[in-house]
Structures are given as structure tokens and as C-alpha cells.
Write a new protein. Structure first.
Length: 614
């Protein structure tokens, strides 16, 4: 290393070239006084830039020297000791400046975030950055997430306008959502981190979020306070999510056909945008597209992006939101509702085959089923409406609908005229319970029933109304529903197979756990090589083939898969917080399977996903 002196007025700092964007005025003043008293104790690092020398590291010392020159304490030509580096690229210069800043005085949080993002974007590991900065790996993960904030939010973090916990919560929103929150804050509203987290993750499916034509939606909407798209919400959230998912897939296909360098569809609430940069059109870089499809249904599309040189392990370890004071629920609302509907249908079907138990349930229900008019009211359980318009309806639903259609035909209701303004019924079960009927004509038909036929109709009507009390929560208690299901010995896997509708709503880490618990990992191999969509599809196919008794799959593996059931599908449901038995030794062995121990031929039938995952 060769040190030489360069006149102060020959040095220059590049705008934006220093990772330290925030420089404390008092600290700078203190540094200037120290240099004035004791001289410059450490040289600067520079590189030649025309007639000037551009500072690579030591900008704070340069600014302190410039401050002294402005006051006349030193000459503008004051000799400054420097190391001239002529072999540095722009990237190397920024990396050197970043490391120098990290190793010296603590950077402001936002500067620290972008400094970490720069190093990680150039291929550094989390451990290397943590060691250089003298902080934990967890701190690096939490800081670098802030680099994904919008420019407006970053500026407010630098100004100290809100706390780091609020800044971290803001990373859960799109840039447009962040700007909307900032606007509200400027209007005097106050939010803490939990408020923002709930606001950004608990968003209702508003009409304004839809990227599909509204003509495709057949359900109803509800206007909230104001009749505009932002305050009008889809009543059928499942249909909205299905249509939105189809529109996202179509959008991704469009960008692929248009020749995008890559197309990624990300479905988690948080996206590490710092791992991408804008494509340089002047250099002929071809940009890719990232479609962020949030769990709420909101869609954000960013085009013309290039992936930074981030290590695969770093990308995976920083993919989650920076902090989660409130642990994520094991099951999301849509998954709970789906499982509740499946469980309710299974119990209904079991009641239909057990007249005695159906009558016991009927007595309990009839004792509590009087409405305000004093008349008995039978309401179909919402599990029926849940599956009425679903693709791939469960076998239990089809069995109940066939029985309802037979009853409608027997009672002579099939030809009954409906009011012109009445909406179409969603199935024979709804026609049976909701249509206005001629009581005397109905009485004539029922009088002709045998005792057995009347008992059958009685138990069927009872079954139609019985199911899990609250479909939006896991039923973990000693409820009537769980007691009846236990008495009937309802086995969910007799009629339900884990399918894509269920699996695609699970997180990637949860899918990996399912693959291990069910033994599917022995066929799928390295789970990290699959995207979430690929893994869900492969698991669904594996479960379906095992359920069908495909002899190409070993019997022991089929039995293992056919016995797997989510704990929340049990009666009562079991959550992650509850005590669960230790895994059997066979399951422990499955978790220890390494890809090299798996016969490659076992991959050949995994729906063509092996090649894509390789």
C-alpha cells in the first residue's frame, strides 16, 4: 500500500456513492475539531476520476476537512494523505465503502439496511455481513428487510418519523399501501406496529382489488359506508380468491409469452424487493416480471427487474417478514373454513346412516331452533353453500345433493314455480329448505309416507342443518359437533383426500412438513428444489394416487399417505399449541432420508416436476 498526499480541493465525493446517507451534524463537528487539534490520523482511499480523485472511503473525514477549509482553519489546498486505488470497479468501490462504514461508527438503521443489502446483493453471506458489522445474523435479516421499503418510507425512517418496529411492519404492505399509510400519518392518525400489521394483513377483498372482469363474479357484494370500489367488498371471498388466482396465472402466462426474462409469482405477505434491481436498458439487459399476489388478494406487478447476485441460502433465509411479534396462525381463515366444511359434510353423511343418532341431534336442535315468530326454522348448514359452486365437489356433498334431489322429486317440488325475482337455488338441498311450499299439498304427500320413509326424511332434514357451529374457527372443545362425530367414529380420510385446494393454501415450510409426515418425501426428494406451486401439485398427485391404490407406489408408502391427516381435521381439532404425541420411529426415519438414498426412478412419475425442480 502506497500513501501519497493530494490537495484537498482535488478530492471529490460522489453523490450517492457513500452508503452513509445520514451524517449527524454534531458528530461531524466533533470530528472536525479532532482533526484540527490532532491532525488526520487515518488516510482516505481514493481513485482517479479525470482531474479529480474520487473518494472511495473516508467521506466523513473529507467533509470534516471541508468544514475546516470553509472556516479558514486550513487551506483549500491542505495536503491530505490518501491511498490511490486504480484497480477498482464501481461495484468494488461501493463494496469497499460499505465495509469501511460498517466497521467504523454505527450507521443509521436505514443506511445500515441498504449497506447490508448492497453486500448481500453482491453475493456475501449473512454470516460474513454479520461478522463485519459486529451484529447478529438476525439483526442483518431484520435490517435488510427495510431496504424493500418505498423511497417515501425510507426517508421517514431516516428522519426518525417513526420507530423501527413500525418500519418493519410497513414492509408487509405494497409501496402504494405504504404511501397511503404515510398520508394517514401526516393527517394526524397514529398507528403502532401491531395496528399496521393487522391493517396490512387483514385486508378485506374489496372490489378495487379485482384484476378479473367483474362480470365473471356471480356472488353479491356489500357496500361499506361509501359506494365506491375501495369500500365495496365481495361477500363470496372464496369465489373472489379463485377468480383472482386465475387472473394472476393468466397475467403470468401473458408476460412469459411476451418474452420476459423471468416471471415469478410470489404469494407470501412480504417480498424481499431489495433482491432485485431495475434492468439497464442501455446495456441491453432484458428485464423480468415479479407478480406479488398477497394473501388478501391484492396484486402488485413490477416489470423490468433483474435479480441481484444473492446467494440461494441468503434469499431463502431473508424471504420472511422481518419480525413477527404475533406468531402466524397455523391455519389461515380460508383453510379453517374449508376444513370446517369438509368435516361438517362428513358428519352429515354419517348421520344419514344412523337414524337413532340423527333423532337425538334433532331433539337437541329442535329445543333451540325457534325463531322470533315462534315457528321452527330449518337453515341449511353453510358447508353446503361452501361447496355448491366449487370445482371438484367432495363425494359427501354429491351424496347429500343426490338424496336432496330424490326428496324434491318425491315431494313434487321439482316442477314448482318460483318467484321471478328469486335468485337461482344452489342445489336441491336449498330448494328443499328455502322455497315456499303449498302446506296442504305437502301434507297429502307426507301422509302417504311409510314410517320408514318418514323417519328417513326426518333424519335427512336433521343432517342438512347439522355441522360445525363456527366455520371460521377451529373447534377444539367439547362441543356437540365433536361429541357426535366421535360417537359416529367419523373418519375424514374415508371421503377426503388432501388436494390442491387445501395444499396451495399452505405455506412452503408447511408443505415440506406434510411431505415428511406423510412419507411423500421418499418420492419427491429434495424439497428445497421445488417452488411452492410445484410442491403442492406434486403432493396432491401423490395423495390422489395413494388413495386410488396405485400399485406403482409401494403398499407401505400408500398406507402411510392414506393415514396422514392434518390435526385440525380431527374431532376435536388439535392445534400446534396443544400437546401432540411424539412421531413414530418410521416417521423419524422418513425425515432422515437424504436425496442420494432415493431411487431416481421414483421421480419419473411426479407429474413432470422433477425436471422443473432440478
Amino acid at each position: 500500500m502506497t500513501i501519497q498526499t493530494i490537495p484537498l480541493n482535488k478530492l471529490t465525493a460522489v453523490e450517492g456513492g457513500n452508503p452513509r446517507r445520514s451524517m449527524d451534524a454534531a458528530a461531524l463537528e466533533g470530528l472536525a475539531q479532532s482533526i484540527k487539534t490532532d491532525g488526520l490520523l487515518q488516510n482516505l482511499v481514493v481513485r482517479k476520476a479525470g482531474r479529480k480523485f474520487r473518494i472511495v472511503s473516508g467521506e466523513r473525514r473529507y467533509r470534516a476537512l471541508s468544514l475546516l477549509a470553509e472556516r479558514g482553519d486550513i487551506e483549500k489546498t491542505h495536503p491530505v494523505p490518501v491511498e490511490v486505488r486504480g484497480d477498482l470497479s464501481e461495484t468494488d468501490a461501493l463494496r469497499l465503502a460499505t465495509v469501511e462504514n460498517i466497521q467504523r461508527e454505527q450507521l443509521a438503521p436505514m443506511d445500515e439496511a441498504e449497506a447490508f443489502a448492497t453486500l448481500l446483493g453482491d453475493g456475501a453471506s449473512l454470516e460474513d455481513v454479520a461478522a463485519k458489522a459486529g451484529v447478529s445474523v438476525l439483526t442483518v435479516k431484520r435490517r435488510v428487510a427495510l431496504a424493500s421499503l418505498s423511497d417515501e418510507a425510507k426517508a421517514l425512517v431516516r428522519e426518525g418519523a417513526f420507530s423501527l418496529s413500525v418500519a418493519e411492519a410497513l414492509t408487509l404492505g405494497t409501496h402504494d399501501q405504504q404511501r397511503a399509510v404515510i398520508e394517514r400519518l401526516e393527517q394526524g392518525y397514529s398507528y403502532d406496529a401491531d395496528d399496521l400489521r393487522e391493517m396490512l394483513t387483514g385486508e378485506k377483498p374489496a372490489v378495487s382489488l379485482a384484476i378479473f372482469p367483474m362480470a365473471q363474479y356471480t356472488g353479491t357484494v356489500t357496500a361499506d359506508l361509501f359506494v365506491d370500489d375501495d369500500n365495496t367488498f365481495f361477500d363470496d371471498a372464496e369465489q373472489f380468491y379463485r377468480l383472482q388466482s386465475e387472473a394472476v396465472e393468466a397475467l403470468a402466462a401473458h408476460h412469459r409469452e411476451a418474452g420476459a426474462a423471468f416471471v415469478e409469482v410470489l404469494t407470501d405477505g412480504y417480498v424481499a424487493w431489495w433482491q432485485y434491481r431495475e434492468a439497464d436498458a442501455e446495456d441491453g439487459e432484458q428485464g423480468g416480471v415479479v407478480i406479488h399476489f398477497k394473501p388478501s388478494g391484492r396484486v402488485e406487478v413490477r416489470e423490468g427487474l433483474v435479480k441481484k447476485n444473492v446467494r440461494a441460502s441468503v434469499a431463502e433465509e431473508t424471504a420472511a417478514a422481518p419480525s413477527a411479534p404475533k406468531p402466524q396462525p397455523e391455519y389461515s381463515g380460508p383453510v379453517i373454513r374449508m376444513m370446517s366444511a369438509h368435516k361438517s359434510l362428513a358428519v352429515m353423511e354419517a348421520l344419514m346412516a344412523n337414524p337413532r343418532k340423527a333423532k337425538e341431534v334433532a331433539v337437541v336442535n329442535l329445543l333451540n331452533a325457534y325463531d322470533w315468530t315462534g315457528r321452527v326454522r330449518l337453515d341449511a348448514h353453510p358447508a353446503l353453500a361452501y361447496f355448491a359452486q366449487a370445482d371438484g365437489q367432495p363425494t359427501a356433498y354429491l351424496a347429500i345433493e343426490r338424496e336432496a334431489q330424490d326428496v324434491v322429486n318425491t315431494l313434487g317440488l321439482a316442477e314448482a314455480k318460483r318467484h321471478a325475482y328469486a335468485r337461482p337455488v344452489r342445489g336441491a338441498w336449498e330448494q328443499l329448505l328455502t322455497d315456499t311450499k303449498n302446506p296442504t299439498a305437502l301434507y297429502d304427500v307426507v301422509q302417504a309416507f311409510s314410517d320408514a320413509e318418514l323417519d328417513q326424511l326426518h333424519l335427512f332434514l336433521t343432517a342438512l342443518t347439522f355441522g360445525q357451529g363456527n366455520m371460521d374457527a377451529l373447534d377444539t372443545g367439547d362441543s356437540l359437533f365433536n361429541r357426535v362425530a366421535a360417537d359416529l367414529d367419523v373418519a375424514m380420510r374415508d371421503g377426503w383426500v388432501p388436494d390442491e385446494a387445501f395444499l396451495t393454501r399452505r405455506r412452503k415450510d408447511q408443505l415440506e412438513a406434510i411431505a415428511k409426515e406423510s412419507g411423500a418425501i421418499a418420492r419427491l426428494g429434495r424439497l428445497k428444489d421445488y417452488s411452492k406451486t410445484q410442491l403442492a401439485a406434486a403432493l396432491a398427485r401423490h395423495f390422489q394416487r395413494c388413495a386410488e391404490g396405485d400399485t406403482a407406489i409401494p403398499e407401505e408408502m400408500r398406507n402411510h399417505a392414506n393415514a396422514w391427516l392434518p390435526d385440525a381435521m380431527r374431532f376435536p381439532a388439535v392445534t400446534a399449541d396443544a400437546d401432540t404425541p411424539e412421531p413414530e420411529s418410521e416417521e423419524a426415519e422418513v425425515e432422515d432420508i437424504e436425496p442420494d438414498d432415493v431411487d431416481p426412478s421414483a421421480f419419473e412419475d411426479v407429474d413432470g416436476l422433477t425436471e422443473a425442480a432440478a
